[in-house]
Structures are given as structure tokens and as C-alpha cells.
Design a protein. Structure first.
Length: 193
């Protein structure tokens, strides 16, 4: 029979070895966690930089679309009986509910057309713009005695968005050749705010 007696020293040696392994694992885990944090931080910085670049591109694309609409805006409304002669871009106003911006505003002495421009016009954009128009005269008290019309414009327009805009009395502006047109003029009863 062999002597396999375990002594107290053997048990303490096992505990010391186990504790040493635990400390090594903990140290390794802490190193890996620090490396993971560093990687996450780098990834977050890259995401932030990408978001800024995409935001800049989106902003430039929006400017491009607005600049496509603006030169023709006064002309197309004059052709439809609204004799506007002044055009402004990115007009800002405030009311008690916050600030708002009108992408393009065309006016004469007593009528205004506020135009919301989107590269891709969706129903939710039309709904939001209707809320803006409801607050327009509060945010722009100078125009309280004007007839205010609304228009939405887009390069790509969802089918339901065009129907909804027409139903709500908004002019619908879309590309046509190298310019733009009011696409719903035959079916439209323009709403006045």
C-alpha cells in the first residue's frame, strides 16, 4: 500500500497555487477588459466621425435639393395665380412651442407659400409640415394678415405622401426635366392658413 497521505502543508500548497492561478486569471481578465474598453472607445470615435461625415453629406444634399426648387418657386406659383415675387431660404421663426424653419418662402404683399423640401418625401414629413403651418402665424406674426399656402417638394415622393398632401390642400412640387412643376394642380383645392 502506498503512502498517499495528504498533509496540511499539501492543502495549503493547493490553496496557494489556486490563489495564484485566480490572481493570474484576474490580471489577464483586467488586461482584456482594458483592451476591450480601448477598442470600444476607438469604435465610438470612429462612429462619431462617420456620423459627422454623413451629417455633412446629408446637409449638402438637402441644400442641393433646396437649390433645385428655389429658382423655379416664384415662377411656378405665378403660373398658378399666386403672384409671388420675393423668395427666401431657411427662414426661421419662434413661438411659445419652440422654433421652426421654413425651407423656402415665396411671398408678395398679402400671400405667402411656405415650402418644405425633402429629398425623399414621406407621409410623416407632410404631417409634420402641417403642424408647422398651423403654428406659422404665431412664429411669424409679421404675416398674420397674409394668406398662407403650403407646399411640399421632393425628389422622390412616396405615393401615399402625394395623395395625402393633395387631400390636405398642399401644393406638391416634383422634378420635371431640368426644373420642377406643381404636380397636383388639377386636383388641388389649396388650403389657406
Amino acid at each position: 500500500m502506498s503512502d498517499n497521505t495528504i498533509t496540511l502543508d499539501d492543502i495549503f500548497a493547493l490553496f496557494r497555487e489556486s490563489e495564484q492561478q485566480r490572481q493570474e486569471y484576474q490580471h489577464q481578465a483586467e488586461l482584456e477588459m482594458a483592451e476591450l474598453r480601448k477598442t470600444i472607445e476607438q469604435t465610438n470615435k470612429q462612429i462619431e466621425q462617420t456620423n459627422k461625415q454623413v451629417g455633412g453629406l446629408t446637409s449638402r444634399w438637402a441644400e442641393f435639393v433646396e437649390n433645385l426648387i428655389k429658382p423655379a418657386a416664384a415662377r411656378i406659383f405665378r403660373e398658378h395665380g399666386i403672384d409671388v415675387h420675393y423668395t427666401a431660404m431657411r427662414v426661421k421663426g419662434d413661438d411659445d412651442r419652440g422654433s421652426m424653419e421654413i425651407d423656402i418662402l415665396v411671398e408678395n404683399g398679402n400671400e405667402i407659400v411656405a415650402i418644405e423640401v425633402k429629398s425623399h418625401l414621406e407621409i410623416r414629413n407632410v404631417k409634420r409640415f402641417l403642424e408647422v403651418l398651423a403654428r406659422f402665424k404665431e412664429a411669424f406674426p409679421k404675416y398674420k394678415n397674409y394668406k398662407v399656402y403650403g407646399a411640399v417638394a421632393g425628389i422622390k415622393i412616396d405615393e401615399k405622401a402625394d395623395e395625402y398632401a393633395t387631400q390636405e390642400g398642399l401644393f406638391l412640387i416634383e422634378p420635371a426635366g431640368d426644373s420642377v412643376i406643381i404636380a397636383n394642380s388639377q386636383n388641388l383645392q389649396p388650403r389657406v392658413w
